[in-house]
Design a binder for this molecule. Structure first.
Ligand code: ARG
Length: 564
């Protein structure tokens, strides 16, 4: 598409008083194919020339010379609509996809720039809950999107591995811990201990004192407390990494909250030296009333530091380490105030990069199982959800395709793909009501629907036994073919938009559209049965569709099985 846009810009630049860079930003994608492939709105010129935009559009249409790249130019109301030459668009699009393959869609916008992405960040010593699914899959997709645009990405798992809860856990573990249970399923056991602690502490407040004492010891570096905490952290990481492997998610760093322990005093002193800290009832805060926010608490009366202190420290450390151009915090919307406060404090401290830190919020996800709370022991475990999805997918595959060779593997790819897509296809700021029937519906707006289109293409290509080396894609000028090609040609536009808005849902909608356009095309246009030249061109086209579906699903962190 870029080649055609450049041509339109060149033509326009010769007749309007706007420079090329600005024109590039003014071009729009028409909402429907009848309105052309590229649109130029004339409102801006109306101000300059003091004429009605529609009159300007009509005038420009007559002024612009013909171009080999464009089949026609039309004025429609205030818009000038450009139509790409169909043969040329078909040929350049299909050929570049098949030449670039996995690399199709890549751009170098981010060359030399670094994005830090803080995502997933579960709290240790309990099983990975479904509450951290959203951050994990959204963050993973953002990582892939930015990487595809040429940025260097740093994925950080800011583990919740410090805090008063570890005092409680140590106390509970020493009282009620059972070695066999620890070796069988350590996180499940730690979780039970934590829940038991809260239950018993209601009757027996002395337990809370015990927990406080243990946390104090932990903060003071007591060897016994440290050893236990390290043990909890280790078993947690082992388990989390197993889940990340199932999800296909990786991190560049696991520096969590505890990593900043040694740097906290220094950071707090810095804030004090800058005259930004205020003593308030023995605690230390940064006043943010001018910013219209409650104060940011950096140290409690008892000297303990907080989540915010660690985040302040982490932001400074990360800037010094990575010199990022952008830092994204993929964290639930319920922490919006925390991040606004954090960024405000960084700004008060005079860091110019404070404006390059962004909170990427998202809504809640609810499963039929109901609301969850760690303390009451009603946490929904992610692994249970993934297993359930895999089971349900296996059942569907058993029905539809009992002879499938690697059924288990495919069931996993379909089931997990369905869960990830069920999350990412929604606008991230909305809450999600998770419905098993919906996410696994092969004909709904789901991963299996997209995966199925992909598998179907693989099957056609297998039947064609050899993929044509020679083909003439300029024959692909029919409406259904062009509808597909038009989408394929705009893949990188969608990647840019998804990254800029931090919305993987843009890509999820896009792959649904591509799959749907392919289905319509395939329904109406024979591929293997068409005359040889057309058949070859159409095989090349569906191979290109296949590739774009693979690349698009990859951006979401979803596999594309060749058979299902
Ligand atoms: N562990 C936190 C939680 O579960 C999320 C941490 C997000 N990252 C950060 N830098 N604060 O709520």
């Amino acid at each position: 598409m870029q080649m055609f846009r450049d041509e339109v810009i060149k033509l326009l630049a010769a007749v309007v008083p706007v420079d090329k860079d600005e024109l590039a930003g003014d071009l729009e994608n028409p909402p429907a194919p009848e309105m052309g492939d590229i649109a130029f709105p004339c409102f801006k010129l109306a101000k300059i020339w003091r004429k009605a935009p529609a009159a300007i559009a009509a005038e420009l249409k007559n002024k612009l010379p013909a171009s080999k790249l464009l089949s026609r130019i039309e004025a429609k109301g205030p818009y000038l609509n450009f139509y790409c030459d169909r043969s040329l668009l078909a040929r350049t699009t299909v050929e570049s996809i098949l030449a670039q393959r996995e690399a199709y869609g890549r751009l170098d916008l981010g060359q030399g720039k670094t994005v830090v992405i803080d995502f997933s960040a579960p709290n240790i010593a309990k099983p990975f809950g479904v509450g951290h699914l959203r951050s994990t899959v959204i963050g993973n997709s953002l990582y892939r999107l930015y990487e595809t645009l040429g940025y260097k990405c740093v994925g950080i798992n800011h583990l919740g591995d410090w805090g008063t809860q570890f005092g409680k856990l140590i106390a509970a573990y020493l009282r009620w811990g059972v070695a066999e249970k620890m070796s069988a399923d350590p996180l499940q056991h730690l979780y039970e201990l934590y829940v038991r602690f809260h239950r018993e502490a209601e009757q027996n407040p002395a337990l809370d004192d015990e927990a406080r004492a243990w946390f104090k010891k932990l903060e003071d570096g007591d060897p016994e407390a440290t050893r236990l905490w390290q043990y909890f952290r280790e078993v947690s990481l082992t388990d989390f990494k197993r889940i990340y492997k199932i999800l296909g998610v990786e991190f560049d760093s696991y520096q969590g909250e505890s990593f900043y322990n040694d740097m906290l005093d220094e950071t707090v002193s810095l804030v004090e030296e800058m005259g930004l800290a205020l003593a308030s009832d023995g605690a230390l805060v940064v006043d943010l009333s001018a910013e219209g926010m409650p104060p940011c608490l950096l140290r409690k009366q008892d000297g303990a530091t907080l989540y915010a202190t660690r985040d302040l420290c982490a932001a400074i450390y990360r800037y010094n380490t990575y010199k990022f151009d952008k830092m994204l915090y993929v964290v639930g919307a319920d922490q919006a105030l925390h991040f606004r406060q954090l960024f405000a404090v960084l700004k008060k401290m005079g860091y110019p990069w404070a404006d390059r830190c962004f909170h990427v919020p998202f809504g809640l996800i609810r499963f039929q199982e109901g609301k969850m709370s760690t303390r009451q022991g009603t946490l929904v475990f992610l692994e249970d959800v993934l297993n359930r999805a895999t089971e349900l997918a296996a059942r569907i595959i058993q029905e539809k395709n009992p002879g499938l060779a690697n059924k288990e593997e495919v069931a996993r790819q379909v089931g997990i793909g369905a869960v990830i897509f069920g999350d990412l296809s929604n606008d991230r700021v909305k809450d999600i009501e998770f419905d098993w029937d919906k996410v696994l519906d092969f004909s709904g707006e789901t991963a299996p629907y997209v995966q199925y289109a992909h598998a179907r293409i693989c099957s056609i290509l297998r039947k064609a036994d050899s993929r044509p080396q020679e083909y003439d894609a300029s024959l692909l000028t029919g409406d259904e073919e062009q509808a597909v090609i038009n989408l394929l040609a705009r893949f990188s536009d969608h990647i840019v938009r998804a990254a800029e808005t931090c919305k993987p849902s843009v890509i999820a909608r896009y792959v649904l559209d591509v799959a749907a356009a392919f289905n319509t095309f395939y329904h109406r246009c024979p591929v293997l049965q068409a005359p040889p030249d057309i058949s070859k061109a159409r095989l090349a086209l569906i191979d290109a569709v296949r590739q774009v579906l693979v690349n698009g699903l990859w951006l979401l962190g979803i596999a594309a099985p060749e058979e299902m």
